[in-house]
Design a protein around this ligand. Structure first.
Ligand SMILES: Nc1nc2c(ncn2[C@@H]2O[C@H](COP(=O)(O)OP(=O)(O)OP(=O)(O)O)[C@@H](O)[C@H]2O)c(=O)[nH]1
Length: 391
C-alpha cells in the first residue's frame, strides 16, 4: 500500500502559514489535500480565516499540538484514515499547519519510524498508512531575526526543516532591509545547512515543487536535531510519569513546553466597533508592548458595515493592512481578537481596548502605563536559551 505523504507546515507566529495554505487550497493541483490546522489558545480563528478549497477536508484542533499528551496528531491522522476507509472522503496528501509556537520535535517524533513507539492499534495503523514527507518552515523576513533571538521554538522550527520559505520579501524596499534579508539568510544557513531556501515572492516559486514528497532524514539535518529528538524521548517518558501522578493527586500542573511567560487570551465583543478606534487601540498596543506582543489576530464587526467583517493582523511590532471579507465565515458574528504575548498580562490589554473603543483617554493612559512597565521590566531568558541550544 502506498503511504500518504504528510507535510508539516510550520514557522513562527505570523510568518504567513495560513496565507500560503490559502494560496495552495485555491490551486486545483492540490484538490486532494486534507488539512489539519492546529491553533494555540482556546478561541479557534483559523478555521474562519483559512479558506477551505474544494476538498473540504479539514480538522481544526485547539490547544498546542506539541504540548498535548501522547499522540494527538496520530489521532487526527487516524480519524482521516477511517473516514477515507469508509469512503466518506478521499485525499492523497495531508498538510499539518502547526501553531506558530510549535516545537517540531514531538510532531516529528510521532511521524518517523524510529520515533515515539506505537502504543496501540491506532498508532500502528497511522504508521502503515502515512509517512512524513517534508517539514516546510516559513521564515518572516521582517521579524525572523528577532524571533530567532528570543524564542527557541523559532530556532527549532528552522533546524528541523528540510525546506525553508522566506516570506514578506515584498516589504523590503530600501538597501538596509535588503541587507537584513542577506544577514538573515546567513543566519539560517548556520542553523540548518541542508534545507533548501526559497522566496515565496520569487517569480520561479512553485507550490508543486515545494510540496514534492521527499524522505525526511533527521540524521542529514545535523547533531542538534538528533539530540533534540533524543531529548524528546526523555521528556515523553517523564511526561508519561507526570500524567500518572496527575491522575493520582490531581495536583501536578499541566505540561508546559513554552514557558510560563507565554500567554494567550482573547477579547470578544457583541456590539459593533469603529475600525478607526480599533486601529488606534492596535497602534497604541504595538507601540507600548513592542516585541512582547507576539501576535494579534481577529475578526472585527464594523459599526458602519456589520455584514462584512474586517480581518485584523499584527505580528510583533508590525500591523498588517486590514482585509474585508464579503460575509461572515460562520454563524458567529462577534468581534473576536486573539492575543499571544510574552509576559504581557491580559488585564491592561483589555482596559486599553475598552478605553480606546469608548474614547476614554484617561483610562487609556493608565492602561498604557501598566503595559509599558510590563514590557520594560520583563527580561526574557529565551535569547540565552536559543544560544545555548545552538551552541
Ligand atoms: N506583505 C506580505 N504580507 C504577508 C505575507 N505573508 C503573510 N503576510 C501577512 O502577514 C499576516 C500574518 O499572516 P498569516 O498567514 O496569518 O500568518 P500565520 O503564520 O498563519 O500566523 P499564525 O497562525 O498566527 O502563526 C497577514 O496579515 C498576512 O496578510 C507576504 O509574503 N507579504
Amino acid at each position: 500500500m502506498r503511504k500518504v505523504p504528510v507535510f508539516v507546515l510550520t514557522g513562527f507566529l505570523g510568518a504567513g502559514k495560513s496565507t500560503l495554505l490559502n494560496r495552495l487550497l485555491d490551486d486545483p493541483a492540490f484538490a486532494g489535500t486534507a488539512v489539519i490546522i492546529n491553533e494555540f489558545g482556546d478561541v479557534a480563528l483559523d478555521q474562519d480565516l483559512v479558506r477551505i478549497g474544494k476538498t473540504e477536508i479539514a480538522r481544526t484542533t485547539t490547544g498546542c499540538l506539541c504540548c498535548t499528551i501522547g499522540s494527538d496528531l496520530r489521532s487526527s491522522l487516524h480519524e482521516l484514515h477511517v473516514l477515507a476507509h469508509i469512503g466518506e472522503i478521499a485525499f492523497d496528501r495531508v498538510i499539518v499547519e502547526t501553531t506558530g509556537l510549535a516545537d517540531p520535535a514531538p510532531l516529528v517524533n510521532q511521524l518517523i519510524p524510529c520515533g515515539a513507539a506505537a502504543t496501540g492499534l491506532r498508532d500502528h495503523v497511522v504508521a502503515k498508512a502515512f509517512e512524513l514527507a517534508g517539514i516546510i518552515t516559513l521564515v518572516d523576513t521582517v521579524t525572523g531575526e528577532i524571533s530567532i533571538e528570543n524564542h527557541f521554538e523559532a530556532v527549532k522550527q528552522i533546524a528541523f526543516s528540510d525546506r525553508i520559505v522566506l516570506t514578506k520579501t515584498d516589504l523590503a524596499h530600501d538597501p538596509a532591509s535588503l541587507r537584513d534579508i542577506d544577514a538573515l539568510k546567513k543566519r539560517l544557513s548556520t542553523l540548518n545547512r541542508s534545507a533548501s531556501v526559497v522566496d515565496a515572492k520569487h517569480p520561479d516559486f512553485s507550490l508543486s515543487s515545494l510540496f514534492q514528497p521527499r524522505d525526511y532524514a533527521p540524521a542529514s539535518l545535523g547533531g542538534d536535531v538528533i539530540g533534540w529528538l533524543a531529548l524528546e524521548e526523555a521528556i515523553r517518558d517523564d511526561h508519561v510519569h507526570s500524567v500518572v501522578k496527575t491522575v493520582e493527586t490531581a495536583s501536578t500542573p499541566p505540561f508546559e513546553r513554552h514557558g510560563a511567560r507565554i500567554r494567550t487570551f482573547s477579547i470578544t465583543r457583541t456590539e459593533p466597533a469603529s475600525p478607526a478606534a480599533f486601529g488606534k487601540f492596535l497602534n497604541l498596543l504595538t507601540l507600548s508592548a513592542g516585541p512582547r506582543l507576539l501576535r494579534v489576530k481577529g475578526l472585527l464587526q464594523d459599526r458602519d458595515d456589520p455584514e462584512r467583517p474586517r480581518v485584523i493582523h499584527a505580528v510583533q511590532h508590525a500591523v498588517f493592512p486590514t482585509t474585508i471579507l464579503d460575509s461572515w465565515p460562520s454563524e458567529d458574528r462577534r468581534t473576536r481578537v486573539v492575543f499571544i504575548t510574552d509576559g504581557i498580562d491580559p488585564e491592561p490589554v483589555r482596559q486599553l481596548f475598552e478605553a480606546a473603543l469608548a474614547n476614554r483617554p484617561r483610562k487609556a493612559r493608565r492602561a498604557l502605563g501598566a503595559l509599558s512597565t510590563m514590557a520594560e521590566t520583563f527580561r526574557s531568558g529565551a535569547s540565552q536559551l536559543a544560544r545555548a541550544l545552538t551552541g
